[in-house]
Structures are given as structure tokens and as C-alpha cells.
Design a protein around this ligand. Structure first.
Ligand code: PLP
Ligand code: COI
Length: 346
């Protein structure tokens, strides 16, 4: 479908990463053992029982994906099937009823279709962030899963996640842990983010853009940040991606896409393996990757006062990160042919 010309009157190039109330959202409720068909509604408010499971035992999970306007004026979504699948995994781990993957994709399409005027124009630097969320609405007082849930998808136009856009950021090694070994780090549950709020407020107060979390078991290996996975580049120009032997890193769709782009399109050597903090000084580039972060270059890590500075410096992205960034965003914006199944046109 071609993009309508009646876009909202927003300063697209200067919007930040925050919530705007767009026109429409999708809502489906789970009751008596099944999901209803769902509706598109204008109501952005939720009325809950004081005893709703989400309020007490944090039965909640969510997703994040984006819609883009391409160079030729189409509206596309990037790999929604992987978000649908990850949300099933999150729900299953939290004893919530899975929202069917095909229905998830249909609902994403409906919401984007209902909010076309909110899709930022091609070339503005902004995109339409899509936030599916599922939570327990049913009453619980003993610790157990609820029997009623809501699944909702809303959208909001967003600009860069980190201030300064593609400027390298400085991150710190956190003294806090994000996820327990074999816990819930590998699913997209709100509870993981609650854990990271105090550390991120502290990190921001100290002047850092993000926290790098180590593995909670040995505090030796690099895991990820509060809102993105991590990539490194070796002196030889290869890609190294931290892997957790305790399954506590979120399986980022952006990171999986970058690994494919690096191997299959750019022909880079790729290693997915545990990465020790002590070896990070050997890398020449570092980036944070995610739907929100896209690929944000890191110029420096602060490890308790000791600075690890990457050769790429504090002015711009390193050359390999740039190639990955250009290829990934080129695919998302329709400038580069996408691998089969990656781009879903509305
Ligand atoms: N890790 C965390 C903790 C995140 O919140 C996100 C964001 O979704 C990611 C990684 C990146 O995942 P994705 O690329 O699927 O957005
Ligand atoms: C995303 O990238 O979609 C996320 O959920 C990360 C969040 C920190 C905004």
C-alpha cells in the first residue's frame, strides 16, 4: 500500500524516544480459556482490578518492533514473525497463554494500517515503534498464574534511542546484575527492566548512557546492556557476539539479523561465543544493537574508573560498524534487497 499524504504535523527529524498517543491501538482479551477476535480502538486507557495479576506478581511481557517508510513510499515492518515467536516464548515462560503467531502479525498489520499518518517520512531519521504488550488482568491473591489477560498493540513515532543519534556513547560496567543464570534474561518480560531501573538512573547520574551487565554467576563475561545486545569488532575486521552459557541474554532480532548480514552479505568472519571482560580491550569497535538502539556505537567503556577506549574513537562509528549499520538500515528502508521473508509490506 502506498503511503497516504496526510501525515501528522510533527517535527519528525527532532522527535525523541518517548510515548505519543497515536490514534488507534489493537486490544484482545483472554477469558474462559480463549482469546477473543480483538478490536481496533481509540481508547488508550486500561481499567484494571486492584487485584490484577500484573500488579502483584508481574505477569507481563512485551515486544518492540518498527515500521518504516521505504525509499519508494511503501510502509514495511521488519521481521514481525520473530517478535511473534519471541512473545510466545516469553508468555510460555511466565505461564501466560500464548497469543497465536499468525494473529500477532495480523494485529501488527492492522495497527500500522490504522495509524499510517503516524509513520515518519522516509529520510527523517524517525520510525514508527510498535509495542505489543500482554499482561494478567485476572484476579490472583495466592501466587499463581491469572486466568484472564489482555494483549494490546500500540504505536508511537520515535527518533534515536540515545541522544546524539549515531555519535558514540560511553557506557559503564555495572555492579548490579540484570538477569540470574537460567532465569528470565532470555525473555522480554517487564520484570527484567524493573531490575534495571535503579542501575540506569545511577548510570545516567554518573554521565553514562547505558550499563553493561556481566554474567551474574561469575561476573567475568560480558552479557548485554539494559536495552540492547552487544557486538564487537576484532582488529582483523571480524564480528564477535557475546553468547551466554547460562541463557541470560535476550535473543535480539537485530543482533540475529546483523550476524546474518555480516556472514552472508558482507562476508565477515563471525564468532558467537562467551566474551570475557578482560579481552574487551583487544577489540577495535563496539556497538549496542536492538530495535530501539538500531546499532549505536560505543566509544568507551568505564570499568570502575579504568577506561577501555575503542580505536574507533568518540567522533564517529568505526568502519565495520558503519558497514553493518548501512546494510541493516538499507534493508529496512528498502534501499538494499532484503533476505527472503525479512520485510513485511503493509
Ligand atoms: N536486549 C534487551 C535487554 C532489550 O530490551 C532489547 C530490545 O528489544 C534488545 C536486547 C534488542 O532486541 P531486538 O533487537 O529484538 O529489539
Ligand atoms: C526495543 O529495542 O524494542 C526495546 O524494547 C528496548 C527498550 C529499552 C526500549
Amino acid at each position: 500500500m502506498q503511503c497516504k499524504m496526510s501525515k501528522k504535523n510533527l517535527d519528525w527529524a527532532n522527535i525523541g524516544f518517548s510515548y505519543m498517543v497515536a490514534d488507534k491501538r489493537f486490544v484482545s482479551n483472554y477469558k474462559d480459556g480463549k482469546w477473543d477476535d480483538g478490536v481496533i480502538t481509540e481508547d488508550n486507557m486500561i481499567v484494571l482490578s486492584e487485584d490484577a495479576g500484573v500488579l502483584h506478581y508481574a505477569q507481563e511481557c512485551f515486544e518492540g518492533l518498527k515500521a518504516y517508510e521505504t525509499e519508494d513510499g511503501k510502509i514495511v515492518i521488519f521481521r514481525p514473525d520473530l517478535n511473534a515467536k519471541r512473545m510466545v516464548d516469553s508468555a510460555t515462560r511466565l505461564e501466560m497463554p500464548a497469543f497465536p503467531e499468525d494473529k500477532f502479525i495480523e494485529a501488527v498489520e492492522k495497527v500500522v494500517q490504522a495509524n499510517l499518518d503516524w509513520v515518519p517520512p522516509y529520510g527523517s531519521g524517525a520510525t514508527l515503534y510498535i509495542r505489543p504488550v500482554m499482561f494478567a488482568t485476572g484476579n490472583v491473591i495466592g501466587v499463581k498464574p491469572a486466568d484472564e489477560y489482555q494483549f494490546r498493540i500500540f504505536v508511537t513515532p520515535v527518533g534515536p534511542y540515545f541522544k546524539g543519534g549515531a555519535k558514540p556513547i560511553v557506557v559503564k560496567i555495572s555492579d548490579f546484575d540484570r538477569a540470574a543464570p537460567h532465569g528470565t534474561g532470555n525473555i522480554k518480560a517487564g520484570l527484567n527492566y524493573a531490575m534495571s531501573l535503579h542501575p540506569i538512573v545511577k548510570a545516567h547520574e554518573e554521565g553514562f548512557a547505558e550499563n553493561v551487565y556481566l554474567d551474574a554467576e561469575s561476573r567475568t563475561y560480558i552479557e548485554e546492556t539494559g536495552g540492547a545486545n552487544i557486538i564487537f569488532v576484532t582488529k582483523e575486521g571480524g564480528l564477535v557476539v557475546p553468547k551466554s552459557h547460562t541463557d541470560s541474554i535476550l535473543p535480539s532480532i537485530t543482533r540475529r539479523s546483523i550476524v546474518y548480514v555480516a556472514k552472508e552479505i558482507l562476508g565477515l568472519n563471525v564468532e558467537e561465543r562467551p566474551v570475557k571482560l578482560s579481552e574487551v580491550e583487544n577489540f577495535v569497535e563496539m556497538g549496542l544493537c536492538g530495535t530501539a538502539a538500531v546499532i549505536s556505537p560505543v566509544g568507551k567503556i568505564n570499568d570502575h574508573g579504568k577506561e577501555i577506549c575503542f580505536a574507533s574513537g568518540m567522533e564517529e562509528m568505526g568502519p565495520v560498524t558503519k558497514k553493518l549499520y548501512d546494510t541493516l538500515t538499507g534493508i529496512q528502508m528498502g534501499r538494499i534487497e532484503a533476505p527472503e521473508g525479512w520485510i513485511h509490506t503493509i
